[in-house]
Design a protein around this ligand. Structure first.
Ligand SMILES: *Cc1c(COP(=O)(O)O)cnc(C)c1O
Length: 225
């Protein structure tokens, strides 16, 4: 069994003075391991499947901040709308509208990150940039009162080539700066840049990440997921 407490301690020590939020990605891992991290003071946890997120939310302490980091289907938003802390994986306007609708039902404003495709691999989800530009320029966002876009998320290519990873993270940081400067709405306030996983969080922080999503370096390798 991996030593969760020690792993978290090591990451924090390694990252010293960086300013960041550590989201512990607990997908496929049992509640006991999440509680070990919780006892170390960890409060931000992330999952990539709705059902697992709901089950863990129900079973675990209520002051945990739950992050949805995986692809989210519009018809499943309703299961997490009442409690999710941040949705990292908003990859279309249609999804954004679905989240707004469910946020309204739950009488909440749901914080969202726009997921942007930066990796070379074509399998990863992400916003179409034209769609995003057009939508923001239309001003339609002002009508979505139950969502707030607070940042962006991206995943680099799974590779050992650090130059490539850095290039991809820098391109996301560039987009982040571009959109922050260009658009200003009450519910569009880019503060968080969610990038960096177990293999590349250090590079991500060097490139301006504010939020790292770390799974296997805390909880050990997964059998699937
Ligand atoms: C699984 C997952 C992570 C964590 O990956 P590790 O390499 O185990 O740190 C981060 N982000 C997303 C979107 C994930 O699905």
């Amino acid at each position: 069994m991996p030593n969760v407490a020690q792993n978290i301690g090591n990451i924090k020590k390694e990252l010293g003075d960086y300013k960041y939020t550590l989201v512990a990605i607990s997908k496929t891992k049992p509640n006991e391991m999440i509680l070990e991290a919780y006892e170390e003071g960890q409060r931000d946890f992330g999952e990539n499947k709705v059902q697992e997120l709901v089950d863990k939310y129900e079973a675990l302490p209520k002051d945990i901040k739950w992050h949805m980091v995986g692809h989210l289907q519009r018809n499943k938003v309703k299961y997490i709308a009442s409690f999710v802390h941040l949705v990292h994986s908003v990859d279309s306007i249609r999804l954004l509208k679905a989240i707004d609708k469910e946020g309204k039902k739950s009488e909440r404003t749901i914080n969202c990150l726009l997921q942007v495709h930066i990796a070379e691999e074509s399998t990863k989800f992400g916003f179409d940039e034209n769609e995003l530009e057009n939508f923001l320029a239309s001003g339609e966002l002002a009508n979505l009162k139950n969502i707030k876009i607070v940042g962006m998320m991206g995943m680099a290519t799974f590779t050992d080539d650090e130059t490539q990873i850095m290039r991809e993270f820098q391109s996301l940081k560039g987009l982040f700066d571009h959109y922050s400067a260009k658009f200003n709405f009450e519910n569009f306030d880019l503060k968080e840049l969610s990038m960096g996983m177990s293999g590349d969080y250090k590079i991500a922080l060097e490139c301006g990440s504010t939020m790292i999503r770390v799974g296997s370096s805390i909880f050990g390798e997964r059998n699937y997921g």
